[in-house]
Design a protein around this ligand. Structure first.
Ligand SMILES: [Zn+2]
Length: 191
């Protein structure tokens, strides 16, 4: 029978087996002088202090911006979004997000894609670089809106739902014009 090695904790003075102590190379026994339970109590007390609270918040913030922290956040959020309460919250978040500049671009791209998909206006031969170009048109429209203060939109030179001819949702059929121009143009072709 192998005897389990034990030692006394310097704080609570209770004799405990080595696995109740964290490994520490610096110590002669290879383990910390205080047991895990005592260390946890100390740590909890420390985090309740002003200094400890600050440190914990900073560590939490740092973790939140790390890749692992972000992944963990999205995982928890995804799970939350499946609950009834989470579903309502998601709707609220989505609505708020579309009011931000970045959210607006994404919403516009999604809307355009939805419309185009509906009438099969995206040819299958489009490459990823073409989609990148399409995204750039939407970013440009958003940029023009911000810089000039006049609402700009991405326009299909040959309309997707024209009277006699249907254009495609492809980079070479796109241009950025003001919203009012786009409204007066309607489904007509203006070259
Ligand atoms: Zn102890």
């Amino acid at each position: 029978m192998i005897l389990q090695e034990v030692k006394a904790c310097t704080k609570c003075k209770i004799v405990k087996p080595y696995n109740k102590f964290s490994p520490a190379k610096k110590h002669s026994t290879g383990h910390t002088s205080r047991c895990k339970d005592c260390k946890n109590v100390d740590l909890a007390l420390y985090y309740r202090s002003e200094e400890g609270n600050k440190e914990r918040k900073a560590a939490f913030k740092k973790y939140g911006t790390s890749v692992a922290g972000k992944n963990s956040f999205f995982k928890r959020r995804k799970k939350y979004e499946t609950t009834p309460k989470g579903k309502l919250a998601k709707k609220k978040w989505d609505k708020k997000y579309t009011t931000t500049p970045k959210g607006r671009i994404i919403a516009n791209i999604a809307k355009a894609k939805y419309r185009s998909n509906k009438i099969y206006a995206i040819p299958k031969c489009l490459k990823e670089s073409d989609f990148e170009l399409i995204r750039m048109y939407y970013q440009l429209a958003n940029y023009m809106t911000e810089v000039t203060g006049i609402p700009h939109e991405v326009d299909h030179i040959i309309p997707l739902q024209g009277k006699n001819i249907c254009g495609l949702h492809v980079p070479w059929n796109l241009r950025v014009i003001t919203k009012s121009e786009n409204c007066t143009k309607g489904n007509r072709i203006c070259l």
